[in-house]
Design a protein around this ligand. Sequence first.
Ligand SMILES: [Zn+2]
Ligand SMILES: [Zn+2]
Length: 343
Amino acid sequence: MRQLTFIKPGVFEWHDVRAPVLQNGAQALVRPLAVTRCDLDLYIATGVFPMPGPFAFGHEIAGEVIDVGEDVVTVVPGDRVIVPFQISCGTCRMCQRGLTNACLSVPPYSAYGLAPSSGTDWGGGLSDCILVPFADAMLVKLPEGLSLVSAAAMSDNAVDGYRTVAAPLLEYPGTDVLVVGGLAQSVGLYAVKAALALGAGRVVYRDFDARRLAVAQSMGADTIETVYARDMSVTEQFAITVDAAGIPDALSFVLKSTAPCGICTGVSAGSGTVAEVPLRQMYMKGITYTVSRVHARTGIKDIIDCGLCHDLHAHGIVDATRPFSEAADAMAEGNTKTVFLAE
Ligand SMILES: [Zn+2]
Ligand SMILES: [Zn+2]
């Protein structure tokens, strides 16, 4: 079968590889039909985030089940499914708590399309077939009427944005939310979308990018064009804040903009450093700062249950559509989010 392989920044190749086969009764084979470009993929493709090739690429996946093992009970061939990007067993003590990002049954950071993270090749979404090792625990059937485009992004980035505001809004219903956007391009916009849909008060979106600001504004956010810099003046306090910028100065700013007893969630580690953590302010105000990868499988279920999934891709978060065959060239394009569709 064909498989898109990342070689090095700027270089992808389609390789002919052996198609996966079922190895036990708990597994399924899925044919990817729609694969969205994760925000991280752009930076791997361009070398901003170094990852050693070669490895199979693509991890935000929606597709069709083509075969299942004898023990699988939740899906049958022909079902359209969302495939969470992280591999999770559903039965270990971490999965049982919903912490599917930390599954104990597989090497840490096991995921599709990111083999160097875990040291294990789980295949990639931009291929003719992927093996799903724990089909009942991982696969989620597409709800009626949900587009493949929305479904694919729910594998990772859409759920990542959702979780930054969903739990905090339960604690502070109707409150104002600040999202600081930037390098996690689509995650920040999905956070805006989720905050508005979940009944936040005013949603303020800051970014330096005019295109993303326009998308956030079209959703109903108050937008403020912002160049992140040291010692930015803090003008407002928000009980819920989100760092999707991945830029040290932006993190300092968003922490200082978090109101007493507020909750700040970071969706990336940015450059791996921070310019300044305002620890004394955070201590005095009692700020909760969470920085974590998303628990994808758990979040997919949550986002479907709340009904938000149906127009996640509206307002142009996904702003380019390409066939699989153009993925090698299109992966490094500078748009916000691309969906690749199987031909
Ligand atoms: Zn991702
Ligand atoms: Zn597990």
